[in-house]
Write a protein that binds this ligand. Structure first.
Ligand SMILES: Nc1nc2c(c(=O)[nH]1)N[C@H]1C(S)=C(S)[C@@H](COP(=O)(O)O)O[C@H]1N2
Ligand SMILES: [Mo]
Length: 202
């Protein structure tokens, strides 16, 4: 092998590696930090429900058993927290939002996600479609632990992780953009980690 081949192999190897998957301003971590506004809520699966409320006020709901019986997917995705850590190749199990939204009559453009701890976060409905978002209930093949949002959390890995509402229980579909908890506090309405949309105005 020529010297050039060795150099370009090394260079390309690095270029294809982890560093190209870390958005600007982020660093790689192998831990899984826990971040929440308040204490971890105790959510029992026999009391759990997940509801999509359309802009017409129509509810589509699942009990835990009904949700568990839905076809599941096993996405492996990179996640990016606005506190600057990124974690690569995280593996989850959950139900695609495409499936959950299928049959919901809506022409809403936005979603306000509601969680059992009172947390809310907003995002465009389009960002929940197209194989990009799940209601996840396992992590690394194990039931999702309460600290990380169990029984189930929203997983929207292409946006900063504050959009991935832990302990999610309801998606409210809205015609207009309504800000959630951190967005009212100055965080960005969209939150694209590749554009470093951390705060309003970024
Ligand atoms: N219900 C709820 N979901 C939440 C939060 C919260 O406080 N409550 N914090 C958000 C924030 S700011 C981040 S960074 C991620 C952290 O997820 P993790 O604790 O699993 O790392 O959860 C998000 N989802
Ligand atoms: Mo966060």
């Amino acid at each position: 092998m020529t010297v050039m081949a060795l150099i370009s192999k090394g260079f390309l190897g690095k270029r294809r590696g982890d560093d190209t998957r870390i958005p600007p301003g982020q660093y790689l971590t192998h831990d899984f930090p826990v971040l929440a506004v308040g204490p971890t809520p105790v959510v029992k699966t026999d009391k759990w429900s997940f509801t999509i409320t359309s802009e017409h006020g129509v509810d589509t709901s699942w009990t835990w058993e009904e949700f568990r019986a839905l076809p599941h997917e096993a996405p492996t995705v990179d996640i990016h927290c606005v506190t600057k850590w990124s974690k690569l190749d995280t593996s989850w199990g959950g139900v695609s939002l495409d499936l959950l939204l299928d049959g919901v009559d809506t022409s809403a453009n936005y979603v306000l996600a509601h969680s059992y701890d009172g947390y809310t976060t907003n995002l465009p409905l389009a960002d929940l479609r197209g194989g990009k978002a799940w209601v996840a209930e396992t992590f690394d093949g194990q039931p999702l632990v309460p600290e990380h949002g169990g029984p189930a959390r929203l997983l929207v890995p292409h946006l900063y992780l504050w959009k991935s509402a832990k302990w999610v229980t309801r998606l409210e579909l809205t015609a207009d953009n309504e800000q959630g908890f951190w967005e009212r506090g100055g965080y960005h309405d969209y939150g694209d980690p590749w554009l470093e949309q951390r705060y309003q105005g970024d």
